[in-house]
Design a protein around this ligand. Sequence first.
Ligand SMILES: Cc1cc2nc3c(=O)[nH]c(=O)nc-3n(C[C@H](O)[C@H](O)[C@H](O)COP(=O)(O)OP(=O)(O)OC[C@H]3O[C@@H](n4cnc5c(N)ncnc54)[C@H](O)[C@@H]3O)c2cc1C
Length: 395
Amino acid sequence: MSRVIVVGAGINGVTTAIELKKRGHGVILIDPGPLPHPLAASTDISKAVRAAYGADEQYTKLAERSIKLWREWNQEFGTQFYHEVGVMFLRQKELKPGDFEYESFKTLERLGHKIERMNLARFWRRFPAWNPELYRDGVLELEAGYVESGRVVAALVGRAKSLGIELREGVRFSHLDEDSDRVRGIVLDDGQRLAGEFVVMAVGAWTPYLLPFTKEFFRASGQPVFHLKPRQAELFAPERFPVFGADITTTGYYGFPINRDGVVKIANHGPGQEMSPESPKRAVTPEDEKSLREFLSSTFPALADAPIVYTRVCMYCDTHDGHFWIARDPERKGLVIAAGDSGHGFKFAPVLGEIIADAVEEKPNPILQKFRWRPEVRVGSGTDVARFNPKTSNA
Ligand SMILES: Cc1cc2nc3c(=O)[nH]c(=O)nc-3n(C[C@H](O)[C@H](O)[C@H](O)COP(=O)(O)OP(=O)(O)OC[C@H]3O[C@@H](n4cnc5c(N)ncnc54)[C@H](O)[C@@H]3O)c2cc1C
């Protein structure tokens, strides 16, 4: 059994640490904290969980498994992290082959998911906050919803401690401790060395900054997130306002029903602003707010002037083909990088630890082929089409 250092205690790091510990390894998990870290992508009130992934059956099936496990986690932790309120992806025009929504509908239908086509006027009576004039068609996935992501990370950190994982909160990775061809551990920013046979870097949008040799593989970008308090709360109750993507390919907007604190979260998925997660520029701009207000006026008139009670800029860590990057570094033995899940990775939390631990142990796992080390997928390689595609981002 090995001694493994897991750097970063967001969802990737904490699930990996737990899985490796269960497999008998000695595990140290480090993070600057406090946990859940306020700047981490994983830390927010909600993340969408859906199996709609266009024509991509591999992601659909992985999400299917995750959804089953989310239900189990609700039981196991004795609290409701996962809310199965449904997820709908809508379009202003009729769905056609090639659209994310159309392909999702077809794939989900083929795989026997509970779905509804949203192309009849009567559907809109169920969702009174929506402007029915604007949206014509779409797909409603019933066995989908959202998870309370910050609470999930906090609970998993608690589980990690109770399993005997050595959690070093309050320390910061500085650089790898490496020989010519292998990693020996890490060096913290106070100069302390931690030795390990394996280092798993699970630092999300920090990856290209902490491991400069990955700059060509990952793009860290900030995306605006808004929490609003609607005046007519009843319009945004989960049964009338499931998680949605509102013609996401053209508007970028998606959002969540009201939570127990009376908050409706709406966010935008787009090119974002490339920046370090610790950049002083990391704040929602007046243009972001103006564009949100325009969207709300046309789509949800009852939210148009709702007070904004909180904003954050959440950091994507994109690969240039939109897929995870969970792989051993062929040039630095002992190093595994688990990142690149841009805006869509949280839903896979219940299966992530297993996938990343398989990469550490070199255990065969078919999905690892998709997430392999692929230096050919880099800036300007012509593969960055998927970056703004809802199939692999947000919601
Ligand atoms: C706006 C937005 C919306 C999203 N919506 C969804 C959604 O609806 N559904 C979905 O499934 N996914 C969604 N995602 C994606 C999801 O949030 C990410 O895939 C996931 O949270 C990434 O987790 P992570 O552990 O890789 O990174 P993070 O959660 O960012 O964790 C990285 C950790 O590394 C730590 N770290 C940083 N520097 C150091 C250092 N020097 N030393 C040690 N540790 C360090 C940080 O403190 C942090 O805890 C969204 C993401 C964003 C930004």
